[in-house]
Design a protein around this ligand. Structure first.
Ligand code: S3P
Length: 445
């Protein structure tokens, strides 16, 4: 699908972005293991979450979908039944990596596979530590398909070599089935939705921060350690309510900052601090964003409303621990950087090369078509701004966040932009162009 976008004169209104993908997938997986019925209210219905729902149904879980609520008839930790066919994860890396951990300790085997795009993404990062736990899991030259044989797992102590919530979550899920405790240390904090949900379901999970003050001042770094004891009792059912996905709201957050005539209100946005690095980066750039936080719901996830007004932005440097807290926001952050005065540098972000597409090379090639001054580096990119972008034909590269970021660039460009392959937004945000049209009908022809 080709999507045409014209720059609107103004951008105004209120929007609730679709619900959080990471939380919905975790709700589906962990809810299936509960000892009873769990409800996931305001769940996200998109390609990624549909893959997770279909797979849990293949594994014997009854899941009802009514209006905005999923009802999962959990069958306990040992209640899953073998699937007849391959478990197809579509393009969802989260579904595949988390399921690898969940399925590694079952008494039956499984095969996990996915789309051509997912088959290109690295999986050794989960199969290797799972094998250390005793899993009998093989990848295919480091990628999917993954073949899992029944195995008895044992707990491990593991320090994550890559800042990845998906690896951490795979190991946390495997730890539920392991003999003995599992200790996972992450030198850089990543999204902690799995930990919050497990704790809400009664899993004994202790988290502490290692003491940085005892280290040499030159090399001071604290890390988070998760210590999981396999539950002696069943996982307790919970009812969750999923807030809007910060990573989906992020497109409108940047649009509101970068467009010269904008005032937007984004409601019910998930504000888990492990996800909101973009808010910090935009504020450092001079953005005008007001936050009204509210008390967390069941599931213990903070949320609130954001009000954004146009602002003159200035370039910043982003690196280190902040990268993991905004890992999915770099495509749209690059668009903000094109509108900022001065130089923006992104470093320590080599993981961007192994997302749904190579986001470093993709951003450079696509944004240059619109006139941006952007250069790739091995672990990030450098942008010089501000640039008056010009409309162009650009390609979403089969990557939802690239397509949506290019749409935001189109809102501040001169003339028409055409985004090819725009249907890929359905991975996390099927209604993206409708929501954009609701805010500014003139933008979406
Ligand atoms: C996710 C973790 C991140 C993120 C992805 C979703 C999750 O991936 O990029 O979109 O739900 O755990 P990594 O763990 O590969 O960093």
């Amino acid at each position: 699908m080709d999507q045409s976008i014209h720059p609107p004169r103004q951008l105004a209104g209120s929007l609730r972005a679709p619900s959080d993908r990471s939380m919905t997938v975790r709700g589906v997986l962990l809810g299936s293991l509960a000892d009873g019925v769990c409800r996931v209210e305001e769940y996200l219905d998109s390609d990624d979450t549909r893959a997770a729902i279909n797979i849990m149904r293949q594994l014997g879980i009854v899941i009802e979908q009514r209006e905005q609520t999923l009802t999962l008839h959990g069958r306990g930790l040992r209640g899953l039944t073998p699937a007849r066919d391959t478990l197809y994860c579509d393009s969802s890396g989260t579904t595949m990596r988390l399921l690898a951990g969940l399925l590694a300790g079952q008494s039956f085997g499984s095969i996990l596979d996915g789309s051509a795009q997912l088959r290109r993404r690295p999986m050794r990062r989960v199969t290797e530590p799972l094998a250390r736990m005793g899993a009998r899991i093989t990848d295919t030259a480091g990628c999917a398909p993954l073949r899992i044989e029944p195995a008895a797992l044992r707990g491990i102590a593991y320090t994550l070599p890559i800042a990845s919530a998906q690896i951490k979550s795979a190991l946390l899920l495997a730890a539920l089935y392991a003999e003995g405790d599992t200790r996972i240390e992450e030198p850089v904090v990543t999204r902690d939705h799995t930990e919050r949900l497990m704790a809400a379901m009664g899993v004994p999970i202790a988290r502490h921060t290692t003491d940085a003050s005892s280290q040499s001042p030159l090399n001071r770094q604290s890390s988070i350690v998760n210590h999981v004891t396999p539950p002696s009792r069943a996982l307790q059912p919970v009812d969750l309510r999923v807030p809007a996905d910060f990573s989906s709201a992020a497109f409108f957050l940047v649009a509101g900052c970068a467009h010269p005539q904008a005032r937007l209100r984004l409601t019910d946005v998930g504000l888990n601090p492990t996800r909101t690095g973009l808010l910090d980066a935009l504020r450092d750039m001079g953005a005008q964003i007001e936050t009204e936080a509210r008390a967390p719901d069941a599931g213990n996830e903070p949320a609130g409303n954001l009000t954004i007004s146009s602002a003159a932005l200035r370039g910043v440097t982003v690196g280190g621990e902040q990268v993991a807290r905004m890992i999915d926001e770099f495509p749209v952050f690059a668009v903000a950087a094109t509108q900022a005065q001065g130089t923006t540098v992104v470093r320590d972000a080599e993981e961007l090369r192994v997302k749904e597409s190579n986001r470093i090379d993709g951003l450079v090639e696509e944004l240059r078509k619109m006139g941006a001054r952007i250069e790739a580096t091995p672990d990030g990119f450098i942008v010089e701004g501000p640039t008056r972008l010009r409309g162009a034909v650009v390609d979403g590269r089969g990557d939802h966040r690239m397509a949506m970021a290019l749409a935001v660039a189109a809102l501040v460009a001169d003339g028409e932009t055409v985004i090819t392959g725009a249907e890929c937004v359905s991975k996390t945000y099927p209604g993206f162009f409708n929501d954009l049209a609701a805010l500014c009908p003139e933008a979406v022809a």
